[in-house]
Design a protein around this ligand. Structure first.
Ligand code: CAA
Length: 259
């Protein structure tokens, strides 16, 4: 599966892992309108393609994952168009978060502003040793506008989120790991580390993986409990549940069929 995007490269390997690479290296992969539109399209394609089992999001080059929203474009915004721009970014990143296939950010350098927000919209994050995270927006007279005020708080807690947003300080991979912003640091090959995390996930029951993502992202404790119970119950009627529990009792590896 490959498509004629100008600012994105989409590659899917024979194991069903799609890699979405933001490809504007001369601008450190900054997110302009075209990137957002192409991302929206690519996420729809991935959602509808049953052969895609998992997704890696990364940036071209060894300097930047994504250095943020395109500041040149932002400069021209007024109040209504700024709100619209923020809404568009939120909606595209929500499309990514809403994929019910595991999505891993492979953060290969600067993940600033909208770039950090893109990484946060992925379900899991693996950082290269050169990864740098930061929310520089208040230094530009703005605030994070692609979901960052909400997701950062959920991922690392309010105090640390406010510290990053209000001071604009940048943190490297090690600190991001300590703060829970990234799940792993890839000491060697970043793509390999992202793939290995995905392979570990894909060993498990595919429907259960999908439902687990759905349950974890259900907001509100009561609604979350309700969703959890509903999905738990549905899983009890799957062949994968019979296979997984039988394999345990028979002391063998399960062979899940996704049914
Ligand atoms: N938007 C537009 N262009 C950008 C960009 C951005 N976010 N980040 C980098 N670029 C461009 C630079 O303008 C430069 O282009 P030219 O060669 O045409 O001048 C090119 O990419 C290379 O960048 P630098 O020369 O600046 O590279 P550097 O190594 O000196 O610095 C950097 C790297 C520290 C990442 C620096 O580029 C930087 O600070 N970038 C901006 C980061 C930022 O503020 N991001 C937040 C944007 S606002 C936002 O994202 C709002 C939101 O929540 C949606």
């Amino acid at each position: 599966m490959s498509q004629p995007y100008e600012t994105i490269i989409l590659d899917t390997d024979d194991q069903g892992i799609a890699t979405v690479t933001i490809n504007r290296p001369k601008k450190l992969n900054a997110l302009n309108t075209q990137v957002l539109e192409e991302l929206s399209d690519v996420f729809t394609t991935i959602q509808n393609d049953e052969s895609v089992l998992a997704v890696i999001v990364t940036g071209t080059g060894d300097k930047a994952f994504v250095a943020g929203a395109d500041i040149k474009e932002l400069r021209a915004l007024d109040s209504p168009s700024g709100k619209e721009k923020s809404r568009k970014g939120q909606q595209v990143f929500q499309q990514l978060e809403d994929l019910r296939k595991p999505v891993v950010a492979a953060v290969n350098g600067y993940a600033l502003g909208g770039g950090a927000e893109l990484a946060m919209a992925c379900h899991l994050r693996v950082a290269g040793t050169n990864a740098v995270f930061g929310l520089p927006e208040v230094g530009l007279g703005l605030i994070p506008g692609y979901g960052g005020t909400q997701r950062l708080r959920h991922i690392i807690g309010q105090a640390r989120a406010l510290e990053l947003i209000l001071t604009t300080k940048q943190i490297k991979a090690e600190k991001a790991y300590q703060w829970g912003l990234v799940n792993r640091i890839a000491e060697e090959d970043l793509e390999e580390a992202a793939r290995s995390l995905i392979h570990k996930i894909l060993e498990n029951g595919p429907i259960a993986v999908r439902y687990a993502i759905e349950a974890v992202y259900q907001s509100g404790k009561e609604a979350g409990f309700e969703k959890e119970a509903e999905l738990f119950g549905s899983l009890c009627e799957t062949e994968d549940f019979v296979e997984g529990t039988s394999a345990f009792l028979e002391k063998r590896k399960p062979d899940f069929k996704g049914k």
